[in-house]
Every structure is written in C-alpha cells, then in structure tokens.
Design a binder for this molecule. Structure first.
Ligand code: NAP
Length: 281
C-alpha cells in the first residue's frame, strides 16, 4: 500500500493564512510575548521562528531574553508585567528553564487566559474536563492533521507512544474526546510492538529514532510521528521508520514537514483565540 504523505507545511500555511485574514479585520491586533531564559542556540532559533510566524500572521510580537542566571523573582516580575499588558494576549515561556529556577512556580505565574502553550494546570484541567479552553499546540496540531485528512478517531483504536505532559497525555485526552479507544504506551509497556499493531491511529512521541518499525504498523493505519530527533547526519528524523511504515500505512506524516509546522501554526491560532477572548475585535 502506498501511504498518503500528510502535508504539514501545506496545512500550516492554510491555518496561518486563515489567522492572518481574521487579524487583518481586527481593530486591535493580537499580541504574543516570548520569554527566553539563557542563550541556548536551539531556543534562540525556536524563538526566531515564532517571530517569523507572528510577522506572517500580522500578530504583534515581543520578546524577553533574560540572562541564564536570572532569579525566580525577576522572572516572576517579567511574567507579571506581561500578565498586566493589554497588548499581550499570549505568553510563551520557553521550557525547560535553567536548573536553579522552579519551573512549576514560573508556569503558575502565567495568567491562564494568556497561557497559549497550555502548560498551566488550569488549562490542562479544562482539557481533561472537556471544557472549551486553550489547547496544547502539538496535540491540537495532530488532531487538526487528522481532521484535514478526514481521519475520524471515533470508534477506532488509537495508540499514543509517550506519556509526557506536553504531548502524550494531552494527546490521549484529545483522541478520547473524539471517541477514540485510546491506549497510552511508555517505557514500562511490556509489548510495545503488539500494542502498536492494534492501532488504527498510531501517534509516536517517544523521541527515540527507529522505535517504530514497519512490522509494528497495522495495514491501513494512520501514523503520526510527533518526534523530532537528530538523525546523526545533520538532519532530523522521527520515531518511525518512514519508508517501512509507509508500506503498511494508509496515511503517514514525514519528519520534518509533518506535525512540526502545524504545531507552530496552532500557536498563532491560540494567540488569536486568546485575543478574541480578551474582547479584541
Ligand atoms: P519526553 O518528555 O522525553 O517523553 C517521552 C515519552 O516517551 C515518555 O513518556 C517515555 O516513557 C516514552 N518513551 C521513551 N522511550 C520509549 C520506548 N523505548 N518505548 C516506549 N515509550 C518510550 O518527550 P516529549 O517532550 O513528549 O517529546 C517527545 C518527542 O516529540 C521528542 O522527540 C520531541 O522533540 C518531540 N516534540 C515535537 C513537537 C512538534 O512540534 N512536532 C513538539 C513537542 C515535542 P516514560 O514516561 O516511561 O519515560
């Protein structure tokens, strides 16, 4: 079977185009602030990407680069100042923070209605309760990809490999809300291959290159590879052996060019949603 390769770049362009159209019609534009602690090159490049996305969508952008040795109190003051600013609808605190900082305290300092990355427990709680709230960008992006390719989780077996707070757990919740029968796998799962072979929808988010081999993919499955790993040759790869899995799957995402760009677009959509909730029109 030749799998359909799910085009995350095209979907991201569509989502960002829709955001831009809506923003152009608004009197007060949405605003996003990114808070970055330290000089990690990967984080700096990630931050530059957000700036580019905001420019493309017409969203106001502000960035706060704090020194790696910033104190908890100084960080809290910056977050509080952003909580109070009317021009800022979304606050993205780049994680992880340096070790001397208490990440949970920092996250709790963000106003939940500005938590466009959905890391605040209030938003995670709403997600579990099925309330309409800001959605974590990566799992929400996966759901958008499924929707785009008319893959309905309803009544299907969905297997999520990974149980992190930012991907695996919220992903399982979103699939469950769409009436999937969901299994979550992790390092203590006794027979990962057997679990994966059951999956009509397989979401890989372990961060382990080559973990999902072709024989672990059910005929006709949708395989969504969330992971972004260095491939050892200067490029990137996911968890799935793409070529082998594509022989069995009906749909598959590439890495790069699959979930990644859609995740970025979802941050723009979340910022717009937050602005609308703040009464910006
Ligand atoms: P994480 O916090 O390291 O969590 C990885 C999860 O995978 C853990 O729950 C772990 O199980 C499980 N796992 C690891 N090895 C496994 C194995 N051999 N068998 C079964 N389960 C295994 O990672 P994360 O933050 O969720 O990110 C996962 C991947 O997604 C990374 O590659 C990351 O770069 C990527 N990512 C991509 C995007 C995007 O936009 N596309 C966004 C976020 C993250 P235990 O809990 O038992 O340790």
């Amino acid at each position: 079977m030749a799998a359909v390769v799910m085009d995350g770049k095209a979907l991201a362009a569509k989502i960002k185009g829709d955001v831009r159209l809506q923003v152009e019609g608004m009197e007060r534009r949405p605003g996003l602030a990114v808070v970055l602690v330290g000089e990690d090159p990967a984080a700096l490049s990630y931050e530059a990407g957000k700036q580019r996305d905001c420019r493309q969508c017409g969203i106001y952008y502000d960035t706060f680069r704090l020194p790696g040795e910033v104190s908890q109190e100084e960080l809290a003051e910056v977050i509080q100042s952003l909580n109070d600013r009317e021009d800022i609808d979304g606050i993205l605190l780049l994680l992880p923070l340096p070790r001397h900082l208490d990440q949970r305290r920092a996250v709790l300092a963000i106003r939940a209605d500005k938590d466009v990355d959905c890391v605040h427990p209030a938003n995670m709680g709403d997600l579990v309760l099925g309330m309409d709230s800001l959605r974590p960008c990566t799992p929400a992006g996966v759901m958008r990809l499924l929707e785009e390719y008319q893959i309905d989780p309803g009544g299907r077996r969905c297997v999520v490999v990974g149980r992190s707070n930012i991907v695996g757990k919220p992903q399982a919740m979103l699939l469950l809300q769409k009436h999937g029968t969901v299994t979550v796998c992790h390092t203590r799962t006794s027979d990962l291959a057997a679990e994966c072979r059951q999956a009509d929808i397989l979401v890989a988010a372990a961060g382990r290159p080559g973990l999902i081999t072709g024989d672990m993919v059910k005929e006709g499955a949708a395989v969504i590879d969330v992971s972004i790993n260095p491939d050892g040759q200067g490029g990137l790869c996911g968890d799935v052996d793409f070529a082998a899995a594509a022989e069995h799957a009906a749909f598959i995402t590439p890495v790069p060019g699959g979930v990644g760009p859609v995740t970025r677009a979802m941050l723009m959509e979340n910022t717009l949603r937050a602005a609308l909730r703040h009464g910006k029109r």
